[in-house]
Write a protein that binds this ligand. Structure first.
Ligand SMILES: Cc1cc2nc3c(=O)[nH]c(=O)nc-3n(C[C@H](O)[C@H](O)[C@H](O)COP(=O)(O)O)c2cc1C
Length: 179
């Protein structure tokens, strides 16, 4: 699959085929794509936890705040990948914490390659960090940034709407129309 098609057709998948296993080779391919992402001074502050243990997946699902639509996805998908970042290993400038960008870029690589492999993912960030931390024994110096279920979709979600370029792109200065 070419990159443009992967970008256009990726969706946040929240319904998974509970019978279809995901091989270690496939997961390794996704992790390798994550590893190749750009990062602050190439510090690669990210760490990934591949969770297959059903009890740990359940505990991660319990860390989600009430109303989060991804709870069942974390239980049903055969794999959950948790991404953690070390804020001290990445940059901080003008209030911007770049470990969030580093981990986000790595996960976007992972999610696009997952889609190209026929797998579904869903970036999940609305959770109680302490509960997620204790589920996977993440040390205090790392932030638990996000997690994603990884599995074969049981249902292809509809595309979510996006703003038009006219609403977000300016020419030379703020609010001067580009288009
Ligand atoms: C920073 C961030 C946090 C998100 N947190 C959650 C979440 O906790 N639960 C969930 O179901 N989806 C979550 N999402 C997925 C978004 O809802 C989804 O990307 C958005 O609705 C667009 O849909 P699409 O990914 O299918 O294009 C998150 C996405 C991002 C980028």
């Amino acid at each position: 699959m070419d990159i443009r098609t992967a970008i256009e057709n990726r969706r946040s998948v929240r319904k998974y085929d509970t019978t279809a296993e995901v091989s270690p080779d496939l997961i390794n391919d996704l992790l390798d794509a994550a590893r190749l992402a750009p990062s602050w001074k190439n510090q690669q502050c990210w760490r990934f936890i591949v969770v297959r243990d059903p009890e740990k997946k359940k505990k991660l699902a319990e860390s989600l705040y009430e109303g989060n639509p991804a709870v069942k996805a974390l239980v049903d998908a055969p794999v959950v990948i948790v991404v953690c970042g070390d804020p001290d290993a990445s940059g901080k400038l003008d209030g911007k914490e770049y470990y969030l960008l580093d981990t986000g870029l790595a996960m976007q690589h992972l999610m696009l390659v997952a889609h190209a492999q026929g797998l579904g993912t869903c970036w999940v960030a609305w959770f109680d960090e302490d509960t997620a931390r204790s589920a996977c024994n993440v040390p205090a110096e790392y932030k638990v940034v996000a997690m994603t279920p990884v599995g074969f979709p049981a249902k292809e979600p509809q595309p979510r709407p996006r703003m038009e370029l006219e609403e977000m792109v300016y020419l030379d200065e703020w609010e001067k129309p580009y288009f």
